[in-house]
Design a protein around this ligand. Sequence first.
Ligand code: MN
Length: 224
Amino acid sequence: MDAAIVSDVHCDGPDSVAQQDFLRFLAGCPAPTLVLAGDIFHAFWAPGGVPFVAYQPVLDALRGFDLVVLPGNHDFHLPAQFGLAAASIGTTIERRLGGLSAVLSHGDEVDRSLKYRLFHGVLRGPGFSWLLDRLGTELAWETLHRLAGPLGLGKPDGALVAAQRALAGQRIAGGAELVVMGHTHAPSCERIDGGWFLNPGDWVEHRTYGVVRGREVELRCFEG
Ligand SMILES: [Mn+2]
C-alpha cells in the first residue's frame, strides 16, 4: 500500500465513536503516506497554538506518517498545526501518490453559493481567529461546535456530488491521474476518461477510506 486517503472523519473527542474507530485505523494502517483531505476533526482549533486536548490523541497517532494535510470546513486551521499556511476554500495540493499524479482538495470548492463563500470568508479570516484566541479554550470549543452543527445530519447533496464529478473530469482532462474530493460524505471510486476520481466518504456513517497501490485506487471500509 503506497497511500491511504481519508476525509470527513469528524473526530470529536474521546467519547466520539468516529475518533475511537479512527485511532484503531491509524494504529493498524500500513501506508507510509496518509492524506488528510479535510474535516478529520469536527471543530478543530488551537487556542494560543495549543490544540484542543480532546483531539490530542489523534494528533499523536498521526506522528510517523508522511502526511498530506488539507483544510476542511470543520478543521481549516489544521494545516497551520503542521506548519502549512493553506486554509482557504479550494486549496489544492498536487503530488505523486504511488504511481499516480494526484490533485487533492477537500471538495467544498464546488459550493459556489454566496452564503457558503461569505460564511467561510469570515470564519477563515484574521478577525475570527483573533476572537477565538481571546475567548479561551472552553468558549472557543463551544463556539466552534455551535457553528459546526450536530453530527450526522444531512444526506449527500446531489448537486454538489454532480459538481464534484464534473470538476474531477476537468482535472483529469488537465492531466491529473487521480482526483480526490471529500466533503459530501458520498463515498465513491470511479474511473473518468482513464483517470481516477475518489471520494473517500466519511466516518460518521460509512467509515470508508481510499487506498493507492501503484496505479490502482480502491475504496475500502474500516471494519475494525
Ligand atoms: Mn466538509
